[in-house]
Design a protein around this ligand. Structure first.
Ligand code: UDX
Length: 422
């Protein structure tokens, strides 16, 4: 098939490049010419392991364009993959999706063929069939589900493992309210052997939110039990190894520590809470999930102050600035509130991250960025905030280590070793 991808961020780039690898012809469109230029030059606009290799291998199967009409008219289906950031009240900001769909709608006006528009951006249930549908119909002067198709195909890929997540997913969710769009999605995903759920658009949208909210809930639940376990002298890892062996529960996402960050979990949980209010549903579990998550960085600072009660003038090391390993993404990184508190308490911070220092420097200019992880060990105490593998094997001998990610648990030769939930 010929596919156009509108929005070359995380989801759009990975989706397009992986579909190209399956033999489809891809047209990438973005308002940001820099992203298109990078893709055109065989480079990834985002950091993701193995993505650049896949781009180089499939470059003959994709084109980049700033002509949206050409992109839509020359392809069989369009994926909308633009960002849906948070608004101040936590609800999602649909403006990028609506403006992309307004532009796509205009291109549909003179297109004689039926063309499915598939929303991959994470949107609150009801948005695709609501305001997104309206703008497409208004700008195209056509009827959705009859003259053009509309669908939802949420993406579950994780940063750092996006390519394998895309290629071998646990499931694929196909949301469509008309048979022709469902048929197009079905045929596109034929080569994938995982379970596929065919459902209504708004159900597909809700599956994405409910999945992310549940995973976030698992993490906060583990952290709440983990905080108590530590006080009782119990190692939470062993606890969740035992809990996770129950097949009704499963072992994933019970990693205790300083909580979840990144571009999805915090945003999606907030969006679900805020969106539910419009339907007079006042969610109770999810605000608690966020509350536990906000508390975990404080645990690190509390443990640090057990050994250095007065942080004024102290030099504190921070290992890890990315929200998780194998990415340079610092959005909602737990290192942010931790460093803020340490600075507020009057300490100096020296930090290191293998990939994310440049991105972090745009948030914090008042800390020192170290050339290596070893250089951070000169600090009076070291806080581990991202589970980069290279932090496992450092010589922590003689150091105060407060480990937020259970990275250095094996190397207990530190002067003091404290884990957040162990
Ligand atoms: C997440 C979802 O997993 C993915 O399906 C969705 O498409 C996008 O959001 P991502 O944000 O890339 O993916 O990372 P993920 O691996 O899920 O981790 C999110 C955060 O949770 C990280 O900060 C990570 O450190 C934390 N985490 C994860 C834990 O604290 N404990 C765990 O057990 C797992």
């Amino acid at each position: 098939m010929k596919l156009s991808i509108v929005g070359c961020g995380y989801v759009g780039t990975v989706t397009g490049v992986c579909f190209a690898d399956l033999g489809h012809d891809i047209t990438f469109y973005d308002l940001d010419e820099k992203k298109l230029a990078l893709l055109g030059a065989g480079k990834a606009p985002i950091f993701e392991p193995s993505l650049e290799e896949l781009i180089r291998r499939n470059q003959h199967r994709f084109t980049t364009t700033s002509d949206l009409t050409g992109a839509v008219h020359d392809t069989d289906l369009t994926f909308v993959c633009v960002g849906t950031p948070s608004q101040e009240d936590g609800s999602i900001d649909l403006s990028y999706v609506l403006s992309a769909c307004s532009a796509i709608g205009k291109t549909l006006k003179n297109l004689p063929d039926f063309h499915p528009v598939i929303i991959k951006s994470t949107v609150f249930p009801g948005s695709t069939g609501g305001s997104i549908c309206s703008v497409l119909e208004k700008k195209s002067d056509k009827k959705a589900y009859v003259d053009f198709g509309l669908g939802s195909n949420p993406e579950f890929l994780r940063e750092g493992t996006a390519v394998p997540d895309f290629c071998t997913p646990d499931r694929i969710v196909l949301g469509a309210d008309d048979e022709r769009t469902m048929g197009a999605l079905r045929s596109l995903y034929t080569p994938f052997e995982c379970p596929k759920i065919e459902t209504a658009i708004r159900t597909a949208e809700m599956i994405k939110y409910a999945s992310n909210a549940f995973l976030a809930t698992k993490i906060s639940f583990a952290n709440e039990i983990g905080n108590l376990a530590k006080k009782l002298g119990i190692d939470s890892e062993k606890v969740f190894e035992g809990v996770g062996l129950d097949r009704r529960i499963g072992p994933a996402f019970f990693g205790t520590g300083i909580g979840f960050g990144g571009s999805c979990f915090p945003k999606d949980v907030r969006a679900l809470i805020a969106g539910a209010k419009d339907y007079d549903e006042h969610l109770r579990i999810l605000p608690a999930v966020l509350q536990v998550n906000e508390g975990q960085p404080l645990v690190v600072v509390r443990l640090l102050q057990k050994y250095l009660p007065d942080l004024r003038g102290r030099k504190i090391g921070v290992l890890g600035l990315a929200f998780k390993p194998d990415t340079d993404d610092v959005r909602e990184s737990r290192a942010i509130p931790i460093i803020r508190q340490v600075l507020d308490a009057g300490a100096e911070v020296i930090a290191y991250d293998p990939l994310a220092m440049e991105n972090f420097a745009s948030l914090f200019s008042e800390i020192t960025y170290a050339p290596s992880a070893e250089a951070v060990l000169s600090a009076e105490a070291v806080l581990i905030t991202t589970a980069w593998e290279e932090f496992e094997h450092l010589d922590y001998h003689g150091t105060i280590v407060i480990d937020g990610r259970r990275v250095a648990a094996a190397s207990r030769d530190a002067r003091v070793y404290e884990g957040v939930c162990w």
